[in-house]
Design a binder for this molecule. Structure first.
Ligand code: SDX
Length: 431
């Protein structure tokens, strides 16, 4: 990290100036450090949507949006997708290095032995209406963990932070499966410690007391892959939310619950649910042209869900991997889903349409993931919950990194005030 160069900014109207250091990371563009700008010149910067703003330094994930590159702790996503597992990736995100054999065994053991939900959490579920959205139940249940573990959530204690990370990664599938089973009136299943992370989750989702569950290894492999691809994505909206909440000193469960609610929006993680609903609404490949026309019409709210990305101005590398996996999963499970034809036609039509080409709008991580989830019998409303299970690893890695960073301050952006100038209160009979 070199901080040698300086950018000088002069306000010609006041002659006040600021010498702003240029900060460089290991990879990626250098950043102008504007920390002293207000003190030196009396000005703030304005960047709604943070298109030009780095909010933090981080050593976890790197994205090159122009080249379509994604690295977790330096490892290309393609290599992790092919060779690793979600739990190994979670270890990597948290600890910075791939685990040695014994380190992984210890981590897996810890995760496996923190998977149970507190029995009282079951009663908490009873307060939800039967048709509550699973993301609403997930956010509330994760926030409620603060009430169960308040004795060991000292955010300044490294051991407590680590324990919270283990608990969150371990319990998220248990809570997610409970959200699903509650919504269909099935009894909750306890986690089975003889199973691996993803298999255990699929059992908690689909096992019924009356018969054993036959699980396809293809299903477990596909889900593990989706979890790897969704595990982290640097300062996206939900991770930035976790960091902003975390900057106040809020406990990890409250911080992650905030991340879950941020993820829910259709412009972010909620897009996977929205993609499937859109593909169903389009219905057949011959209606694709009309959909593309509507997506380009500024007077129409319709947008191609699963298309476009703030950072990627090239293919989202995760979308390429998921696209390939979608074909494999459907073939191996013997499923012929007409929605895949609609998705492929839509992708083809958009990629050669000037509107999408000029704006560099490519399919993102959420475009094909829903078709795989559907093939695994996961209901559409659970799609964003799936994303949240995986992203918990990234959220908590960022939350820990933030607490390990010396001199961190509360996040507190400023504004351009556009309201009324100062004025005097008028008694009601004079207004
Ligand atoms: C995720 O940030 C992350 O890293 C997120 C994520 C992660 O892993 O954490 O990658 C996960 O959230 C994926 C994104 C899922 N969202 C969607 O698929 C929803 C559909 N996409 C869009 O709403 C949109 O593309 C965003 C939200 C993803 C990005 O928004 P930006 O960066 O603010 O893009 P923009 O609005 O500046 O768009 C530029 C232009 C605009 O047109 P003009 O005003 O220049 O004429 O492209 C148009 C937009 O209207 N545009 C689209 C479009 N997306 C952008 N037009 C039609 N369909 C679309 N999907």
């Amino acid at each position: 990290m070199s901080d040698s160069k300086i950018v000088k900014l002069v306000d010609e109207s006041t002659s006040r100036s600021s010498e702003l250091p240029l900060l460089s990371g290991t990879l990626g563009p250098a950043c102008i450090d504007i920390g002293t700008l207000y003190k030196d010149t009396g000005h703030f910067t304005y960047d709604p949507g943070y298109g030009s703003t780095a909010s933090t330094k981080s050593a976890i994930t790197y994205i090159d949006g122009d080249e379509g590159v994604l690295l977790y702790r330096g490892y290309p996503i393609e290599q992790l997708a092919e060779k690793s597992s979600f739990l190994e990736v979670a270890y990597l995100l948290l600890n910075g290095e791939l685990p040695k054999k014994e380190e992984f065994s210890a981590f897996e053991h810890q995760i496996t032995h923190h998977t149970m939900m507190h029995e009282s959490l079951k009663d908490f579920f009873k307060g939800f209406h039967h048709d509550a959205h699973p993301m609403a139940m997930l956010a509330a249940s994760v926030a409620s963990l603060s009430a169960f573990y308040h004795d060991d959530i000292d955010v300044d204690n490294a051991e407590d932070r680590k324990l919270a990370a283990i608990r969150l990664i371990a319990k998220m599938p248990t809570i997610a499966a409970a959200c699903f089973r509650y919504s269909i009136g099935w009894p909750f299943r306890y986690p089975r410690n003889n199973l691996e992370y993803v298999d255990r989750f699929l059992h908690m989702m689909f096992e019924v007391p009356s018969e054993p569950l036959e699980l396809s290894p293809v299903a477990a492999k596909a889900l593990d892959l989706l979890f790897i691809l969704h595990a982290d994505h640097e300062q996206n909206a939900s991770t930035s939310t976790v960091r902003l909440v975390g900057s106040t000193g809020a406990n990890p469960y409250a911080s992650i619950a905030a991340g879950i609610t941020a993820l829910w929006g259709p412009a972010h993680g909620g897009a996977n649910e929205a993609v499937l609903k859109m593909l169903e609404e389009i219905g057949s490949a011959d209606k694709v042209e009309t959909a593309v026309k509507r997506a380009k019409d500024k007077n129409d709210n319709f947008r191609l869900m699963g298309f476009g990305h703030r950072v990627y101005k090239n293919f989202d590398p995760r979308a390429k991997i998921i696209r390939e996996m979608t074909h494999k999963v459907l073939n191996e499970l013997g499923i012929n889903d007409p929605l895949l034809d609609v998705a492929m036609k839509l992708e083809e039509a958009a990629l050669k349409d000037d509107y999408f080409v000029e704006r560099k709008l490519y399919p993102n991580v959420d475009f094909y993931s829903g078709i795989i989830y559907k093939a695994l019998n996961i209901p559409t409303e659970m799609f964003t919950v799936m994303f949240a299970i995986a992203r918990t690893a990234g959220w908590i890695a960022h939350w820990i990194e933030q607490h390990e960073t010396p001199g961190a301050r509360i996040g507190r952006p400023r504004q351009i005030y556009t309201g009324a100038d100062v004025r005097n209160y008028m008694p009601v009979d004079k207004r």
